[in-house]
Design a protein around this ligand. Sequence first.
Ligand code: PLP
Length: 287
Amino acid sequence: QWIYLGDQFVKKEDAKISVYDHGFLYGDGVFEGIRVYDGNIFKMEDHMKRLYNSAKSILLTIPHTQEELTNIICEAVAKNNHKDAYIRVVISRGVGDLGLDPNKCKKANVVIIVEPLAIFPKHLYDTGLEIITVATRRNRPDVLSPQVKSLNYLNNVLVRIEAHLANVSEALMLNDQGYVAEGSADNVFIIKNGKLYTPPAYVGALEGITRNAIMEIARELNYEVYEEPFTRHDVYTAEEVFLTGTAAEVIAVIKVDGRVIGEGVPGEHTKTLLKGFREKVVQDGVK
Ligand code: PLP
């Protein structure tokens, strides 16, 4: 396995970074997760746009143009020879001193890892997921925008810890007003009266690329789609609930905080949208 590190490809065993890298010391940096389906990179341009916007928001200069970085990512995929894989792109502030002054970091560090990934066991895609809501809150958009995919993922890690302590694989975060925001690394959708609802960005949800793809697919299939705030009660009483994300893809939720959703099995709308998604990932990829 080849990993892009700094400005070259190195073997996995040799891919090591300095303990003075501010990505490590302070979580100072940004990242993206991108998916390769059958050799096609899904929504590459959207991911690049989000990565460069995340970097811009925290005044981090990525040492490549978008086109250069796109080419390096394509090279990383080709070099690792996976037909289906997950690409992790990490841009850290780079090596500085122990203080947190980012100006001491002379050059951002670029890391690209390409490998197969399955965040949930395969059978859960057939049976659906049981999830909970947790005490950890989504950070307020006016404090640190959820649109910045920063290396500070402690909230999200805490969500996952709370989920695991309750013996489930994933959980939903609420925002500071108690509206449902999103999962630890995925967006949430509910279906009510056959209509789709997902929390708007201002509630604290990342504008997920899978989320956007699902909204597009749903509209093509003549579903009504709304970006509207909703509460836990709305989730408990929904006909169907599902999560979307680059790593999670589209996965049905069948129980939330002990409340059975619908019939307790993945619903027909979720299955239809998942099918639409599967078709889309092959059509919309970039070789
Ligand atoms: N929400 C958070 C906090 C995430 O980290 C992710 C993963 O990228 C998502 C949602 C899903 O977004 P996407 O579909 O772009 O992967």
